[in-house]
Design a protein around this ligand. Structure first.
Ligand code: SAH
Length: 526
């Protein structure tokens, strides 16, 4: 089996260096060099950094190199040692100064407060529904964003009493407990049901239900769902593809038995693989052969004192099943198929979530919706997606690894390194609009624009004023400086600044574009 893997890798091209781009480092798919054969050592001699590394290697030795998405899924949410879902040592935390990364809600309470206000504005604009409102957060981390949102919404009594249930979609058992402790109190019990885990919020006694997937939340056309996703989509597994030019006499070589049964042919799509010299090839993950050096991998200088990554990304030498249909799924990808070397990242899970959000808000499209979701007589609700990624181009070469606030190889210490990739905002918009005739999409706008038009400066001034009135101790000045520092960090438009790198996209009930939401250039339309 092992020789199979090596043969595949040797036949393929090897992805080499990583280079820091923008605020987090990214894998450079562009640089390849031919594989350097290295002496084989017996597998049992190899010391793995994590049990997941060993498990992945054994799986790859059986199946051959795996899609990047499979590697990411295992690293992030596998039961055995996934970054979010694995058993973590006591006291370890992914978030905050002592963790691996810090997110906007953890930087300033103003972030969650303004997101809460945005949903209040939507609730007002949609005729103040008195009942049937659901708050849904996907990927809630420590629960800080929902806590700040609920504390804010509590001040708007009519909206607060219209909320029936708060849903938290969270894959990690540990994080579900952290969120419960924050939102319900350490003593509050969690009970299990068919849907998920239930407890009661310390704010107004609202019921909170945790699920591990959005599919578990019932879809009811009479509900008004307000959905928030902050730094969730960047954690979903991506597939990566590159266009190669195939010599005319070389036929496509599917690598799996299902490949020949899939045929994607649409009006306007480019000629099929048999007549076109261009093919999409998938980037796949395999173990680095023993003896591989940083020089072989072209590791950036800043990472050369780290151990050599145990895995590598290579271009599959033959057609994979995913390469046959995923890059054909959108005209945006198909337009690149005659550009040799073109790279794209495709996130099928992101499409599933965008489709779900759109059909909850606008009802499902009769052609694309699945039969379990109903059409919705009166579209209602909203989704707010905040994340990083380009406003309109297709992400390429954006996978990054983060550990303890440092850029590290995404192919090192699987399960201990956070992996993320840029979000394809234009792709999310396209998917949502296709999924439901009852929605429209606004944005993406830069986070700086969104927060500034939502009143971040004014809110900071209010907090500072309150501090001056209520505090008479000596640390007031330091607290004031901290408020200033943190809100300014959220709207920083400098190179790599959060105000520019992070974007905000809204999915709303279709209204012919007549009403723009606040934060996107509009006003509250009451
Ligand atoms: N929104 C939070 C946390 C972002 S980190 C913040 O901004 O601070 C990503 C979050 O998504 C974590 O809570 C992680 O456990 C969760 N997550 C990652 N992949 C998931 C998946 N496939 N399904 C459900 N939750 C997931």
């Amino acid at each position: 089996m092992r020789s199979n893997v090596l043969r595949t890798v040797q036949n393929g091209l090897r992805c080499l260096p990583r280079r820091p781009v923008s605020h987090k480092s990214k894998v450079a798919y562009q640089s390849y060099r031919s594989f350097i054969a290295t002496p084989l050592c017996r597998e049992e001699e190899r010391k793995w950094t994590t049990p997941l590394a060993k498990q992945l290697t054994e799986a790859i030795n059986t199946t051959g190199p795996i899609p990047l998405a499979s590697y990411m899924r295992m690293c992030l949410t596998s039961d055995t040692g996934g970054y979010y879902t694995g058993a973590i040592e006591e006291g370890r935390d992914q978030f905050g100064r002592k963790g691996d990364f810090i997110t906007s809600p953890e930087i300033s309470q103003i972030f969650g407060e303004l997101v809460g206000i945005w949903f209040v504005a939507e609730w007002l604009s949609q005729g103040r529904p008195r009942q049937g409102v659901e708050l849904i957060e996907v990927g809630p981390g420590r629960g800080t964003l929902m806590d700040d949102m609920l504390r804010t919404i509590r001040n708007f009594k009519d909206m607060s009493s219209s909320i029936e249930t708060v849903y938290m979609v969270e894959a990690s058992k540990e994080l579900r407990t952290t969120q419960k402790n924050l939102l319900c109190g350490e003593d509050a019990v969690m009970t299990e049901s068919k849907i998920g885990w239930h407890s009661t919020c310390k704010y107004s006694g609202l019921p909170i239900i945790w699920t591990d997937s959005i599919k578990a939340i019932p879809q009811d056309p009479n509900k008004t769902p307000f959905i928030v996703a902050h730094e969730f989509f960047d954690a979903l597994p991506i597939h990566a593809f590159q266009v190669v030019e195939v010599p005319p006499n070389q036929k496509p070589t599917p690598t799996d038995s299902n490949a020949s049964t899939i045929s994607v042919s649409r009006p306007g799509s480019p000629p099929s693989a048999t007549t076109s010299p261009f093919q999409w090839r998938e980037m796949v993950v395999s173990p680095t052969p023993q003896g591989t050096t940083h020089a072989d991998l072209g590791t950036p200088k800043s990472q050369q004192h780290d151990p050599v990554p145990e895995f590598q990304l290579t271009l599959s030498p033959s057609m994979t099943r995913h390469a046959q249909y995923l890059p054909e799924a959108s005209p945006r990808y198909r337009a690149l198929k005659s550009t040799p070397g073109a790279l794209i990242e495709v996130c099928p899970d992101a499409s599933l979530y965008a489709t779900d959000f759109a059909s909850r808000i606008g009802g499902s499209s009769p052609t694309t919706g699945d039969s379990t979701t109903a059409t919705k007589p009166q579209p209602s609700g909203a989704a707010l997606i905040l994340d990083y990624g380009p406003a309109d181009t297709i992400p390429a070469n954006t996978l990054r690894g983060i550990r303890q606030h440092r850029h590290v190889s995404p192919f090192s210490s699987p399960g201990l390194v956070d992996l993320s990739a840029d979000v394809d905002f234009a792709g999310l918009a396209e998917t949502a609009l296709l999924a439901s005739p009852g929605v429209e999409v606004h944005g993406p706008v830069d986070q700086a624009y969104f927060l500034e038009t939502m009143g971040v400066r004014q809110r900071a001034e209010m907090l500072i004023k309150k501090l001056e009135q209520t505090q008479n101790r000596g640390d007031v000045e330091e607290k004031k400086r901290e408020i200033e520092r943190s809100w300014k960090r959220l709207v920083d438009r400098g190179p790599g600044g959060m105000g520019k790198v992070y974007k905000v996209l809204a999915i709303l009930p279709e209204n012919g574009g007549r009403r723009r939401p606040v934060g996107f250039g509009g006003d509250v339309g009451v």
